[in-house]
Design a protein around this ligand. Structure first.
Ligand code: PLP
Length: 397
């Protein structure tokens, strides 16, 4: 393999790159080798320190690990806490608000991540919230003007994705946040598909909340979701989804809740410690490289991938302009689901989403050669109709 850029030196740190062409960091980023030893550290600590481990770091981990994520998303220390996933963070944020007859609208797009929609939909069942869903014309993008128009004086919250999971479309978070603030609404930016591949700062964007997870571009594995709350809002909010970690004196075991000052009030019960250990190696690597460098490489590689897909006679469904997309390229074909199955069988790890096609994501550890190989393989599978055996396929994961 020829070394085409210095980020390729990180390849050795990711065991799965040795035996697959791994192009699925929009779904499950590759595991850093160091995660083996972090999980051993966890077990060692539990085995040797026992219950003392809580006072020796475990109890504070949702905040200390949150500080590592904060550096990636441009937040200050003490403004991010760790949770299990985005869905619980959305519920927790919603539980801070009381809809009124005059301000009860939730605005999001139909291309939002479905799990996020389920949270609002379920809460809207009692009739106290209304949901306005902004439509897409092409299933790939959301017209900004249409989104902005839907946000009005009756809007309470705008939970939206920075990068759309299906197509990789990068939304204008600044414009949406400004519009929401103009009318007194709050925004919740879902940064799951942007953090670690698109540089941004929650502080500069001035979002009220941000949430994401570590499974994808952060290479941190499952169970390590994060929640950012704008510092000036923290003191004003009292989440109803709560627990003893949100208490100002949890070990006083008071029978009444008094919220902790600052970000700890956005915690609930005991944290998922092993997941936090597992996630740290990914954050360390992303912070060491820096998201600007990752994005620079990603733009170069996704641009090249789009060119090669066109040259091979495929339809590219994700945005063509690099400024409009995150780290993923989607390739359409009527047999895309079946082509995906055959690619996976041949150790090219990608996935398929209806309406978009084969999702392919180079990350900082991807070589140019791997991109050439995947396009060549897709072409071969199409031209030989090797995908026909999988023709009833849907999404595999
Ligand atoms: C944009 C976006 N939000 C949220 C999620 C996942 O949500 P959760 O952390 O609740 O599983 C995904 C995962 O695919 C996603 O792409």
């Amino acid at each position: 393999m020829t070394l085409t850029d210095d980020l390729l030196k990180w390849r050795l740190e990711f065991p799965i790159l040795g035996n697959t062409v791994y192009l699925i960091s929009h779904s499950l980023g590759a595991m850093p080798r160091e995660t083996f030893s972090r999980l051993t550290d966890y077990a060692e600590t539990w085995a040797t320190r026992g219950v003392r481990a809580w006072a020796e770091g475990w109890w504070d981990m949702p905040v200390t690990v949150g500080n590592e994520v904060a550096r990636i998303i441009g937040a200050g220390p003490g403004n991010v806490v760790m949770h299990q996933n985005v869905s619980i963070c959305q519920s927790l944020i919603l539980s801070c608000f009381e809809p009124t007859p005059k301000r009860n609208k939730i605005v999001y797009s139909e291309l939002n991540f479905p799990s996020v929609m389920y949270v609002y939909e379920a809460h809207a069942r009692d009739g106290r919230l209304r949901i306005e869903t902004v439509k897409s014309d092409d299933g790939i993008t959301i017209p900004l003007e249409r989104f902005l128009e839907a946000i009005d004086e009756e809007t309470l919250l705008v939970p939206f994705s920075h990068v759309l999971f299906k197509s990789g479309f990068l939304q204008n978070a600044k414009a949406i946040t400004e519009r929401a603030h103009e009318v007194g609404a709050r925004v919740i930016l879902d940064t799951y598909q942007s953090a670690g591949t698109v540089p941004f700062s929650v502080k500069e964007l001035n979002v009220d909340f941000a949430t994401g997870g570590s499974v994808k571009w952060l290479c941190g594995g499952p169970g390590a979701g994060y929640l950012y709350v704008r510092p000036d809002l923290q003191q004003q909010l009292q989440p109803k989804t709560t627990g003893w970690m949100a208490h100002e004196a949890p070990f006083a075991f008071d029978t009444e809740l008094r919220y902790a000052p600052g970000i700890a009030r956005f915690l609930h019960g005991s944290p998922a410690i092993p997941a936090l250990y597992a996630a740290q190696s990914g954050y360390r690597i992303i912070n060491e490289i820096g998201v600007d460098r990752i994005r620079e490489k990603s733009v170069r590689q996704t641009t090249r991938l789009i060119e090669m897909a066109y040259e091979a006679g495929f339809r590219v469904t994700s945005p063509k302009d690099a400024a409009d997309r995150g780290g993923t390229v989607t390739v359409g074909h009527e047999g895309a689901a079946a082509i995906t199955r055959e690619l996976i069988r041949r150790e090219f790890i990608v996935d398929f989403r209806p309406g978009a096609g084969v999702r392919i994501s180079p990350h900082f550890y991807t070589s140019d050669e791997e991109l050439e190989l995947v396009v060549r393989e897709m072409k071969d599978i199409r031209d030989t109709r090797a995908y026909a055996v999988h023709e009833t396929a849907g999404a595999a994961f």
